[in-house]
Design a protein around this ligand. Structure first.
Ligand code: ZN
Length: 268
């Protein structure tokens, strides 16, 4: 009898060790953009229709792992430009209402408290403030680091402490944070599967998909690096959503972002 009880306890402990959770997930406003023509992101659909994009950073706290920041948004320097900055190639204008550093300070967090900065990819609206976190370990796919090496514009100083990874990767040893390789938008694009005690599983999908309607219709912008990879990554995300009964949080989809609780509120 005692043997059976012991086995049951061991089984329970093993099960709970595999189902680790992070304590808190904050959604931080990391800028927004107005674009004159949505069809740049949805080829042939909503031609000439203007659209606004949200752009979020996500601060995650783990009881033993500390703080991880997922994406850093558009450069903080835009907070000093109320008229925004135009990006003519995309027909967009970008804005920031407050700096990321100020948003973190309002939560009692400074740059040195952030142990990891993980980026979905290295485009400027996601990698804008990496240099504000010189002590953090940068987590990106090796394929993304290789892609960055070929680019003339560098979003952050070369030589930043980095942990390049290849494919899917469990980060903290308890399955609370799992990087999912989701290439296509860029060569080494990645997403993050987050496990929270009350909220359950959430996938932060970077730019694997830009808009809810693009997700529903599996639309891929023409400017993505690889269309077939983009579609395969969406299918992979759909499988994980199904397996984990997870929510998909589409970073740039403003109506979905508007429905989220922003910092200082948080998800647990
Ligand atoms: Zn983006």
């Amino acid at each position: 009898m005692r043997q059976i009880l012991l086995s049951l306890i061991m089984l329970f402990l093993a099960a709970s060790a595999q189902a680790g959770e992070v304590d808190r997930l904050y959604v931080i406003d990391c800028g927004w953009a107005h674009a004159v023509d949505q069809s740049r992101w949805s080829p042939g659909v909503n031609v000439g229709v203007p659209i606004d994009f949200s752009d979020n950073c996500y601060l995650i706290h783990h009881s033993s792992g500390g703080y991880l920041l997922w994406d850093t948004g558009i450069t903080d320097s835009l907070a000093a430009l109320p008229e925004g900055r135009a990006v003519p190639a995309l027909g967009q204008t970008w804005y920031r209402s407050q700096t990321l550093i100020a948003a973190l300070a309002a939560l009692g967090v400074n740059s040195g408290n952030v142990r990891y900065v993980a980026l979905s990819h290295v485009h400027p609206d996601h990698a804008g403030n990496v240099d504000e976190f010189p002590d953090a370990t940068l987590i990106i796919q090796k394929a993304e680091a290789d892609f960055l090496a070929t680019q003339s514009q560098k979003p952050f100083a070369p030589g930043h402490k980095m942990q390049p990874i290849e494919g899917d990767k469990e980060l903290l040893g308890d399955d609370s944070l799992v990087i999912l390789s989701t290439p296509g938008h860029t060569p080494g694009h990645q997403s993050l599967l987050v496990h929270l005690a009350k909220t359950g599983y959430v996938i932060l999908s970077g730019d694997a998909v830009h808009l809810q309607s693009n997700w529903d219709n599996r639309r891929v912008p023409d400017f993505n690096y690889d269309k077939a990879q983009s579609l395969a990554s969406m299918e992979k995300i759909a499988r994980v959503l199904d397996e984990k009964h997870a929510q998909l949080w589409i970073n740039h989809d403003k109506p979905s972002s508007d429905a989220r609780r922003y910092a200082p509120e948080f998800y647990e």
